[in-house]
Design a binder for this molecule. Structure first.
Ligand code: ADP
Length: 660
C-alpha cells in the first residue's frame, strides 16, 4: 500500500511549522555567532591597543631612567667612559653645547694634554735627541739606545709608552723585528685613555704593527674587544685605525696559511671579529652623527617641549638628551646626549610588561611609518613600532564556548522541532491510511449490500409480476432466501465489528459439540456451494468434541472462512473442511486450492479493513473485516487461529479451541 503523497497544504504546513522557524533560528544563531566574533575582534583590538600604549609608556620610562642615570654618572666621573660598563644598553654619551655635539674623546681633553705631557723636563730632551738620531742621522742603533735612555727618564706612563713605541720602531729599523714586536706586545696592555694629540690610543699604534702577524691575533682581538666594552670614545682617527686593524685581522684570520682549521674556533673568532667590526662601524656612525647633529637635534625636543627620543644609525640607536643638569660639574652644559641600543631597550620594555612572549612580538623600533607600524606617541619623534599579536587571545576560549553553546542550542532546538515534526507527520500519515481504508470500506460495503438487494428485488418482482414456471419458482425463492442470508451475514459482520470497535461486543459461551456448529455452517453454505459448483469434502471426527463457545459467533467465524475459501478458490472449486481433537484442543480447518496469499500479506490479513494484494488484484468483493472478526472471536474463546498458504496453491486456515 503506497502512502499518500505530501499535499501542497501539508507542505505549506511543514514550511510554516518547521522550515521557517528553523531558518529563523539558524539566521539568529549565525547572527549571534557573527556578533560574537565581531565583539571578540573589538576586544582583541582594544587589548592590543592597551598593550601598545603600555609598551610606549614603558619604553619612555625605561629609556628616560637609563639616560638620566648614565648622564649623572658620566658627569660625576668627569666624562671618563672607562667607568661605564656596557651592561646597560648605552652606546654613546656625549655633550651638546650650543646645538653642537662634543664626542667623548674631545671631552676627556687627553689629546690636548698630550704635547704638554710629552714635552716636559729631562724626558723631553732625551726624546728629542733620540728622534734626531733616528730621523736626521738615520742611525737606528744609536736611536735604540737613546730611546732606552728616554724611557728610563720617563716620569709617567704616557711618556714611558711613547718612548717604547718609538723604541720599537727603531728596533725594527735595526732589523731587530722580534724585539720590536715584544716591546709592542707589552704596549697592548696600555689603557685606551693614553692617547696622542689625534686622540689615538698608543696601544692601537702598537696593535697596527702587530696585526699582520697571526700569532698576535688572539691578543689583538682581546684588545679590540675590550674597547667595545666601553661606550664609544674613539676619535675619528682612532676609529679609522681601529677599523683598519679589524680589516687586517680578518684577512689574517682568513688566510689559508692558517694551518690549524677548527670549525668551532673559527666560528667563535668570526663572531668576535663581527663584534669588533660593528664597534668600528658604530665609532664611524658617531662621527657622522656629530656632522649631522644640527639636523638631528630638533627631533630630540618633543612636540610638547619635553626631552624626546629619536632614532639614528639605521634605527639601531635610540637618541635622547638628558634633563639632568643639576650636577655642578654639568654647569655650562646645554645638555647631555645619551645613545641607547634601541633593540635592547625594546626588549627590556617588553619584558617589563610581563607579556607572554608567545602572544606578542614587537618588531624593533623603526623610522618607517607605513602600516602595520604605528607611531609610539609624542616623546618619540618619528619612531614607529609594530606590536604583533601572534598568540591566541586570552578571551578566545570564552568566545569559543559561547559559540559552541549557541550552536549546540541551535542543533538541539532544530533537532527537537524536526523530531516533533516527524512524529506529527507519522501520525498524520497513519490517520490518512486509516481514512483511506475506511472510505474504501464504505464503498465496498455499499457495493456488497447492493448486489444481494438487487437480486432479491429482481426475483421478488419476477415472482410477483410474471408467474414463472413451477420448477423455477422454488429456485427464485431459494435465491431470495440465500441472498437475504448473505445480507444478514454481511450486516452481522458490520454490526459485530462496530461493537468490537466500541468495546461493547459480548460473547455468551456455552458448552457445545463443535461438530454441530460446523454442520450448521456447512448447511447455511449449501446453496452457494451448489450454485457455484463447489465440491466440499469433510474430515470430521465421529466422536463428539466439546468446547465452550458462543454458537452464533463461532458459526459466523466458519461462514467467514468458508466464504473466503470460495472467493479465493479461483478455478479449482474444491474445499476441505475438517474437525479433530489434537491434544487438549479442538481443531477446525478450512482448506482451499485457490490463489493463495502473498507472504508479505500473511501478517496483516487479520487487521481491520486490510485486504490482501490478491483481493485487490482480482477485484474480489469484500470489506476487509472478515478475518479481523474471526481473530477477535477466537481470541475471546481463548483459542488461536493459524494460516498456512502458498501463492498459487491455496491456503488452510485452522482454528484451535480449548477442549471443555
Ligand atoms: P475480505 O472481505 O477482503 O475477504 P477478510 O478480512 O475476510 O476480507 O480477508 C482479508 C484478506 O485475506 C483478503 O482480502 C484476502 O486477501 C486474504 N484471504 C483471506 N482468506 C483467503 C483465502 N482463503 N485465500 C486467499 N486469500 C485469502
Amino acid at each position: 500500500m503506497t502512502e499518500p503523497p505530501l499535499s501542497r497544504r501539508r507542505l505549506a504546513l511543514v514550511i510554516l511549522a518547521v522550515a521557517i522557524p528553523s531558518l529563523a533560528l539558524i539566521g539568529l544563531g549565525v547572527g549571534l555567532i557573527l556578533q560574537e566574533s565581531q565583539l571578540e575582534k573589538t576586544r582583541r583590538t582594544e587589548a592590543d591597543e592597551d598593550t601598545f600604549q603600555s609598551l610606549a609608556a614603558s619604553l619612555e620610562r625605561i629609556a628616560s631612567k637609563q639616560r638620566d642615570e648614565v648622564a649623572r654618572r658620566t658627569v660625576e666621573n668627569g666624562w671618563s667612559s672607562e667607568e661605564l660598563e656596557l651592561n646597560v644598553p648605552i652606546i654613546l654619551v656625549a655633550r651638546v653645547v650650543a646645538g653642537e655635539l662634543l664626542l667623548p674623546w674631545q671631552l676627556s681633553g687627553q689629546a690636548e694634554l698630550f704635547d704638554r705631557r710629552i714635552h716636559a723636563g729631562q724626558f723631553s730632551r732625551a726624546l728629542l735627541r733620540a728622534e734626531r738620531l733616528e730621523f736626521t742621522n738615520r742611525s737606528a742603533s744609536q736611536a735604540v739606545r737613546a730611546y732606552r735612555t728616554a724611557a728610563a727618564l720617563a716620569r709617567d706612563t704616557l711618556q714611558q709608552a711613547y718612548a717604547q713605541l718609538s723604541l720599537a720602531r727603531s728596533l725594527e729599523k735595526s732589523d731587530l723585528a722580534e724585539e720590536a714586536d715584544a716591546v709592542r706586545h707589552d704596549l697592548l696592555a696600555l689603557s685606551s685613555h693614553f692617547v696622542d694629540d689625534f686622540g689615538v690610543p698608543l696601544s692601537l699604534y702598537a696593535a697596527q704593527k702587530l696585526a699582520p702577524k697571526s700569532r698576535y691575533r688572539d691578543a689583538l682581538v682581546e684588545l679590540l674587544l675590550s674597547y667595545g666594552k666601553m661606550p664609544l670614545h674613539l676619535s675619528p682617527q682612532a676609529g679609522y685605525l681601529y677599523r683598519a686593524i679589524h680589516d687586517t685581522l680578518r684577512v689574517v684570520s682568513d688566510s689559508p696559511l692558517d694551518r690549524v682549521k677548527d670549525e668551532t674556533v673559527d666560528a667563535v673568532m668570526e663572531q668576535r671579529l663581527d663584534e669588533i667590526g660593528s664597534y668600528a662601524q658604530a665609532t664611524l656612525s658617531s662621527i657622522r652623527l656629530q656632522e649631522d647633529f644640527r639636523s638631528v637635534f630638533p627631533r630630540l625636543v618633543s612636540q610638547t617641549g619635553e626631552h624626546g627620543f629619536t632614532l639614528y644609525a639605521n634605527d639601531r640607536w635610540l637618541l635622547s638628551i638628558s634633563s639632568d643638569t643639576s650636577s655642578p660639574a654639568a654647569s655650562g652644559t646645554d645638555a647631555i646626549l645619551v645613545v641607547l641600543d634601541a633593540a635592547k631597550v625594546v626588549r627590556e620594555a617588553v619584558d617589563s610588561l610581563h607579556l607572554a612572549h608567545a602572544e606578542y612580538n614587537v618588531t624593533v623600533l623603526s623610522s618607517e611609518s607605513s602600516p602595520p607600524n604605528r607611531w609610539l606617541g609624542p616623546p618619540f619623534q618619528g619612531i614607529y613600532a609594530h606590536l604583533a599579536n601572534t598568540g591566541t587571545f586570552r578571551d578566545e576560549r570564552g568566545v569559543m564556548s559561547r559559540v559552541s553553546f549557541i550552536m549546540l542550542a541551535m542543533v538541539l532546538v532544530i533537532g527537537l522541532t524536526t523530531l516533533g515534526f516527524f512524529l506529527w507527520w507519522r501520525d498524520t500519515q497513519r490517520e490518512l491510511v486509516t481514512a483511506k481504508l475506511r472510505s474504501d470500506f464504505v464503498s465496498s460495503v455499499s457495493h456488497e449490500l447492493k448486489t444481494p438487494l438487487t437480486s432479491i428485488r429482481m426475483f421478488a418482482e419476477t415472482l410477483r409480476f410474471r408467474s414463472p414456471p413451477n420448477e423455477l419458482h422454488d429456485d427464485y425463492l431459494d435465491t431470495i432466501i440465500h441472498e437475504s442470508g448473505r445480507l444478514t451475514r454481511l450486516l452481522n459482520n458490520v454490526l459485530d465489528f462496530s461493537q468490537i470497535d466500541k468495546g461493547t461486543k459480548h460473547y455468551h459461551l456455552k458448552p457445545m459439540v463443535i461438530q454441530q456448529v460446523v454442520f450448521a455452517a456447512l448447511e447455511a453454505m449449501e446453496y452457494p456451494f451448489r450454485a457455484q459448483n463447489f465440491q466440499v469434502q469433510t474430515e470430521i471426527d465421529e466422536s463428539e468434541i466439546r468446547v465452550h463457545a458462543d454458537l452464533d459467533a463461532l458459526e459466523q467465524v466458519l461462514l467467514n472462512l468458508l466464504t473466503n475459501a470460495m472467493k479465493f478458490s479461483g478455478d479449482r472449486r474444491e474445499l476441505l473442511v475438517g474437525v479433530r481433537k489434537n491434544g487438549d484442543h479442538a481443531e477446525v480447518w478450512v482448506t482451499d486450492w485457490g490463489i493463495g496469499i502473498h507472504p508479505d500479506d500473511l501478517n496483516q490479513i487479520f487487521s481491520s479493513y486490510y485486504r490482501g494484494e490478491n483481493a485487490v488484484k482480482t477485484n474480489a468483493p469484500g470489506t476487509g473485516l472478515g478475518l479481523s472478526l474471526v481473530h477477535h472471536t477466537i481470541e475471546a474463546h481463548h483459542g488461536q487461529i493459524d494460516v498456512t498458504s502458498e501463492l498459487g496453491h491455496g491456503s488452510t486456515f485452522t482454528i484451535k479451541l480449548p477442549l471443555l
